[in-house]
Design a protein around this ligand. Structure first.
Ligand SMILES: [Zn+2]
Ligand SMILES: [Zn+2]
Length: 338
């Protein structure tokens, strides 16, 4: 699993909003750094957050309210990621209400564009109870509600680790071509390949909720299509259907294993929580959500819209200023406060 050898910290910590890491092909980009960041003392997050907010405010007043440049787009996305890390860190301490099943896993706007057949959604109510709670319950066990539920941060980490570094070596071994060609494929994968993969899973969960398990072939097709039709795919000619299929098959098996086999995550998590985990993972992994439309639409925006408060009001306001996200609620709030 640690077969990538020395992996550069600059990739893990997502220094810069681009990934050209041939080492991990982008599979370890960002998420480790953000998970670690969520484990730091709270003061670290408070300081980084306020430094970013200070910067944005300064730029905004210098520009007198015209749309800020691309650097500001990067900084706004970092703010969103910091907020997600703040939320994860708090949830770990049990100070935030656990998400409940408020809404069903109905398709989010835009989620059903390419596939109009509908399926019954929640059909897992009769799922067999897990035999053993093998996942580290973590501090959230203090909730007393569902003692075998891992903390939110541990959930994100479990999916990230299983679906990226857990499969990376196998993926590399199966990639076709000479070592030089394989290296090119690895570099193309680093160009938003993994965030597209996670967005594929998000779209499956948006559409089918926890019933994803019953339609593996259809679900995998949706994921492959998501990667293929991504707004980023023009720069990735080597990510053929065959190559993408290899990755999707392995990531799918890893996702299933994370939800079913090794731990009872599927039994204890709601569809919404599964979605939250994979959306956060997409946002953490994406080298530049400001340049990746699908990540904004299927991860940043729904996270920002969620009443759980994954994203702060301040970040939402900056998302609106910079990207016109996340839609009506914030715009109304801005209009009334102006
Ligand atoms: Zn890397
Ligand atoms: Zn991306």
């Amino acid at each position: 699993m640690v077969s990538t050898g020395k992996h550069p910290a600059s990739c893990e910590k997502a220094k810069g909003h681009v990934c050209r890491c041939g080492n991990c092909g982008g599979s370890q980009h960002g998420w480790k750094g953000w998970v670690e960041f969520a484990r730091e003392p709270e003061q670290v997050r408070v300081e980084r957050r306020s430094s970013i907010l200070g910067k944005l405010t300064e730029w905004w007043s210098a520009k007198r309210g015209t749309r800020l440049g691309s650097r500001a787009g990067e900084v706004v996305m970092d703010l969103v990621r910091i907020d997600c890390a703040v939320w994860l860190a708090r949830e770990k301490d049990g100070s935030v209400e656990l998400p409940r099943q408020r809404r069903g896993p109905e398709a989010a706007p835009g989620a059903s564009s390419d596939d109009s057949q509908s399926m019954t959604e929640e059909s897992t109510s009769g799922a067999p109870a897990p035999e053993v709670a093998s996942v580290d319950a973590g501090p959230s066990a203090a909730h007393g509600e569902q003692p075998d539920r891992p903390a939110a941060l541990a959930q994100v980490n479990a999916f990230a680790s299983a679906m990226t570094e857990g499969i990376w070596q196998d993926v590399v071994e199966d990639l076709p071509g000479s070592p030089a060609e394989v290296r090119e494929i690895r570099l193309e994968l680093a160009d938003h390949g993994w965030c597209d993969l996670f967005i594929g899973f998000v779209r499956v969960l948006e559409k089918f909720g926890k019933a994803f398990d019953e339609i593996p072939d259809r679900a995998k097709k949706i994921i492959v299509k998501t990667i293929h039709r991504s707004s980023r795919s023009g720069k990735r000619p080597l990510l053929t259907k065959y190559v993408v299929g290899i990755i999707v098959d392995k990531a799918w098996a890893a996702f299933k294993a994370a939800t079913v086999a090794h731990s009872p995550l599927l039994a204890v998590l709601t569809s919404e929580e599964l979605l939250r985990n994979i959306r956060m993972l997409a946002v953490f992994t994406c080298p530049a959500p400001e340049k990746h439309e699908e990540v904004r639409e299927h991860a940043v925006e729904p996270l920002a819209d969620d009443v759980q408060g994954y994203v702060s009001d301040q970040a939402k306001e900056w998302l609106t200023k910079q990207f016109g996200l996340p839609g009506r609620e914030v715009r109304v709030a801005r209009e009334t406060s102006a």
